[in-house]
Structure formats: structure tokens, C-alpha cells
Design a protein around this ligand. Sequence first.
Ligand SMILES: C[S@@+](CC[C@H](N)C(=O)[O-])C[C@H]1O[C@@H](n2cnc3c(N)ncnc32)[C@H](O)[C@@H]1O
Length: 311
Amino acid sequence: MLSRTAAFGHALRRATLSSTAVSESPTVISFDGAEKAETFAAFFDQGAPMWASMLAQANKVSPEGVPTKILDLGCGPGEPACHFATYYNNVPVIASDIAPTMVGLAEARAKSKGLGNVETMVLDMEDLSPIESESVDLVIAQMSYMFVPDKDKAMAETFRVLKPGGVLVANVWVSFELIPIAGGLMSAVVGAPSAPPAPNPNGPLSLADANVFDDYLMNAGFEFTSEHNFEGTFVGELGPLDDLQSFKMAALPVWDALTELEESGAHPDAWEKAKAAFPEVAAPYVNEESGGVTVEGAYRLAVAQKPMKSV
Ligand SMILES: C[S@@+](CC[C@H](N)C(=O)[O-])C[C@H]1O[C@@H](n2cnc3c(N)ncnc32)[C@H](O)[C@@H]1O
């Protein structure tokens, strides 16, 4: 629990940083590159409650019997693929991601868990052509649809590979405190924007509005199940304020932007400035009990089904 002082700081920080949400041009956010992927991997196990809730919701709506093939889209370092592969230990699970570094981490994770039923693939959600039409019973995707530029295409591809009656379980952020922290780091480099920046249509909050995601699902032909739009909350620790790894995690949403500012020469010290600003920007998020920076979030889970007879 946050102390009263820290909680007050939290509220204050939320208010002051709401206008400095990550400045986002409609650029594609990449998760590739060893350092970035490993920074993400160091914290991503904290998403375990989310992939557990994904399995619970999938089990509530899946048609009778055990699935014969599961596909994880945007698996990052290997989840929720490995979680599902552990539960359904005789069912083939494809763990896929567009970033080869992530696929390498997923392969290592499946191996370290002794999971012989996980196959890894580099796959772009917009083009699942290596996967046969109507060959998958269950598609799972944790926090990945938001980053795809052509979401209609990704959804159409998801629909295509599912069998009639097959289920899609996908979660997206509704809110996430990492975003204002990253916005604060960016402001420390380029200055606070005079007006709130337009949200990035390919950013972590791009599907925060349920109507927007529901439209993509309906346009592709999906029907909503009884569990559709289940909501949950997330709490994660970045680590101590003076820790380089905590800073790098906080910088993930603006990683490419900082690198671009540095490489273009516009702000040759962008990373150094962001790092110097981190202790002040993240201080209001320190949980006094753990001493670490704690970020909260809310997510929503789409639980949709391909109609038994596709139209
Ligand atoms: C926030 S991470 C989520 C990773 C993992 N599912 C988890 O639960 O932590 C988003 C992942 O989506 C992947 N991704 C982004 N765009 C993609 C695309 N077009 N096709 C496949 N994967 C994509 C990224 O490479 C990244 O690994």
C-alpha cells in the first residue's frame, strides 16, 4: 500500500503529467533490439496475473473439449504462450512475434520450462500467411494489437486462421502509469508540450476505448462472448529509483523516440537527460514499503468468437 504522502504524490503527479502523455507521432513502436527486448523481459513476468486471467476467461467460453492448436500473437519473451502450453501440455502452441529478438527469448523460455509443445515463429500479425486458414482453435494476444499499424488487417488475419467457433482472447491497456512517467522523461528532454500531444494510433493506449477495439472485432466478423470486455487491474514494480534497469523500463514507451532525438542530432544527450530526470519524474510513484517505483494499470480483455458458420 502507498503511504498517504506517496498516495498524494501519486495523485499530484497524475494531474501534472496528464498533459505530457507520451508525445506520439503515428510511428511504429518496435520491441526488437537486444537491449530493449531484454529490458522488457526483465519485468514482463509481472504480467503473470494477466495471462492467468486470460486462461480463466478462455476456459469459460471455449467450445467443449481441448483445443488442438493455440496461436499466441505478439508473445514477446514467450507469454502467454508458455502459460497456455503448460496448462494444455499436449496441445501445440505457436509463440509468435514480429521481433526476432523476442522470438529468440520466447524459444529460450519454452526450453527452460521443458515445454516440448511450443513452436516459435517470427510472424507479423498483419500477415499470418504461414498459418493455414481455419486451423487454430484459440488465438491469444497479450498487449500486442495496439502496436500494429493496420489493425483491420491484423484482425482479418486473426479471423481467417481461426476455425469456425474458435476463440480470440486479447487484452489491451485502458490506462497505464508507465505512460505518464515516460511522458515526463520526454518532457525533460524536449520541454513540456503546450498542448496535450495527439495519442499515437500505434501506441500502448491506442485501443483503450472499448468502442474502438469492438469496431475492429465486429468489422472482421467476430461475435462477442459472455466474457467479452472483462476488466482487470495491474500493479508492477520497476525497481529502485537509482537503478539503471528501473529507468530503462520506464523509458520503454519512448525508447525509439529518445534514440531518434539523439541520432538525428536534435538532442545529442537525450538519453543522458532522460536518465538524469528519472528520479524526480518517478519519485511520486515510489511505494514506501517496497522502496521501488510502482506502476498501476487497468486492462480490458476482448473475448470474442468466430461464428460457427462464417459469413
Ligand atoms: C508489450 S509487448 C507484449 C509481449 C507479451 N505478450 C507480454 O505479455 O508481455 C508487445 C509485443 O507485440 C509485438 N508486436 C508489435 N507489433 C507486432 C506485429 N505487427 N506483429 C506481431 N507482433 C507484434 C512486439 O514485438 C512485442 O513483443
